[in-house]
Design a protein around this ligand. Structure first.
Ligand SMILES: C[S@@+](CC[C@H](N)C(=O)[O-])C[C@H]1O[C@@H](n2cnc3c(N)ncnc32)[C@H](O)[C@@H]1O
Length: 251
């Protein structure tokens, strides 16, 4: 069962974000809808590593509100397909960006084998119990030698601390083993490059402020805020960090 804190964070929060963007204007949409903590530098690294090109089909698994996929469509001309299990998040992504969104879990993708040119899965793996099943499904739908871009929160050491509800962070080593056993060659990995420009983070913060003003008395808002605080503490103490990964499907 999905923990209620995750529903609050990924579903209630998604709808509230879309409402606030509609109030503030379209230029707020992409920064506010990047909810895996990807920023322009991280997205550009992933896009260049995956050699995204105009017209190519990019599958975004666990797409959330669709910010990263919309960014890739705008900057690199890809044709994204979004997969996301939370119903309100699916509607929010379709509303904000008009992109095709399929409601499904990454472990059972309703997508034809070898039908996509590249896949992204950003900030998702740590929320999934059967990480190997999700990676195997992505492997199935990717074309031969096609690239996979991941943003993953990794633990410094094996589960020696309480994780936010619903999260299971792999260690760096576990992640590398997972990729190898699910049929991927790891090409390159880096720590997430730091710092979005102020103009980007201010737009995201303005949306967050509208959401807080409207919903601070909701139980779901308190649950989502607790998740964020718990993440912030883990990052600040160095117990987790964010990695960007470029892998390719092994034939
Ligand atoms: C931290 S958010 C990241 C959203 C988006 N990728 C981004 O970077 O903005 C994690 C997302 O993974 C989704 N998710 C959780 N479990 C999943 C699963 N089994 N398969 C696919 N997506 C999942 C959540 O609903 C949520 O939208």
């Amino acid at each position: 069962m999905t923990p209620s804190a995750m529903i609050a964070e990924f579903d209630d929060g998604a709808g509230w974000t879309a409402d606030a963007v509609e109030q503030l204007g379209e230029r707020h949409a992409i920064p506010a809808a990047c909810r895996g903590s990807a920023d322009p530098a991280a997205l550009a690294w992933l896009a260049e590593a995956c050699e995204l090109s105009p017209g190519s089909r990019l599958l975004d698994v666990g797409a959330g509100v669709g910010g990263p996929a919309a960014w890739a469509a705008k900057r690199f001309g890809v044709r994204p397909v979004l997969v996301e299990p939370m119903p309100v998040a699916c509607r929010a992504a379709a509303r904000l960006f008009g992109l095709p969104v399929v409601r499904a879990s990454g472990e059972r993708l309703p997508i034809r084998a070898e039908s996509v040119d590249a896949a992204w899965c950003l900030g998702v793996l740590c929320t999934v119990v059967d990480k190997a099943a999700l990676l195997r499904e992505i492997h199935r739908v990717l074309g031969p030698n096609a690239p996979l871009g991941l943003l993953v929160v990794v633990a410094r050491s094996p589960r020696s601390f309480p994780a936010p509800d619903g999260n299971l962070f792999p260690t760096q080593r576990e992640l590398e083993e997972l990729l190898a056993t699910t049929g991927f060659d790891l090409i390159e990995q880096i720590d997430r490059p730091g710092g979005a420009p102020l103009s980007w983070s201010r737009r995201a913060e303005q949306v967050a402020a509208v959401v807080a003003r409207r919903h601070r008395d909701d139980r779901a808002f308190a649950l989502a805020a607790r998740q964020s605080e718990s993440f912030a503490r883990l990052f600040a103490s160095g117990q987790v960090s964010m990695r960007l990964i470029h892998a390719v499907k092994r034939p």
